[in-house]
Design a protein around this ligand. Structure first.
Ligand code: MLT
Length: 204
């Protein structure tokens, strides 16, 4: 049996890249399914629920306070999620080599951690409101990975320099990065959805 509580929706269009949906703090495996269906019609959807509970709110790794992360736990759960993805790809027969993440907030942060620690797990990603969590000494090879960062200009949770720092980390590793600033805070807007949809159409 697979290690994470999750939902899987099979592809309805041949050749559409599978999507990994990663919710924010307090979300669950159901939250992003409608968004995935809207932004990547026909794609298989794999949607795990974060297995850390913060006062009952699911997340993908532990933190000591807002913005203060338990880095050992981040590494451990990043590997666990990458292992889950590989096992799910075998069980559900989706093309793991084309897996693209769509992650929001804490879900964007674990996706970013996967690029840094388990680069093979993802082909690309839309990271909605990500921040810098890990700064590994060893730079991974992210050649060929396509990553869209969507960041809020007035985000009270993400420190203002983090999106550029994260983009630089990924660029130094050879990834193809677009950082798009949105005129909003931590919450998603129609502009986010439009940018995400265009990006996902481009990698189908
Ligand atoms: C995190 O803990 O990953 C970030 O603070 C985003 C959040 O979940 O609020």
């Amino acid at each position: 049996t697979l290690s994470y509580t999750h939902r899987f929706e099979p592809a309805t269009a041949a050749g559409a890249s599978p999507l990994l949906l990663l919710h924010g703090t307090g979300g669950n495996e159901h939250d992003l399914i409608p968004l995935g269906q809207q932004l990547a019609p026909g794609s298989a959807l794999l949607s795990p629920r974060g297995d850390v509970s913060e006062h009952g709110m699911p997340r993908f790794f532990r933190r000591f306070a807002e913005g203060v992360f338990d880095l050992d736990d981040v590494a451990k759960r990043t590997h666990a999620l990458a292992d889950f993805i590989a096992a799910a790809a075998t069980q559900y027969s989706f093309n793991a080599a084309k897996l693209t993440a769509l992650g929001y907030s804490n879900g964007a942060n674990i996706a970013a951690s996967m690029f840094l620690l388990r680069a093979e797990a993802l082909a690309g990603a839309v990271l909605l409101r990500p921040m810098v969590v890990l700064e590994p000494a060893q730079v991974p090879d992210l050649t060929g990975k396509r990553i869209l960062l969507l960041s809020g200009r007035r985000d009270p949770i993400v420190p203002v320099d983090h999106p550029e720092r994260l983009a630089s980390q990924f660029r130094a590793a050879g990834a193809n990065i677009t950082l798009q600033w949105i005129d909003t805070g931590h919450q998603l807007t129609e502009a986010d959805l439009a940018h995400a949809a265009r990006f996902l159409q481009g990698i189908r």
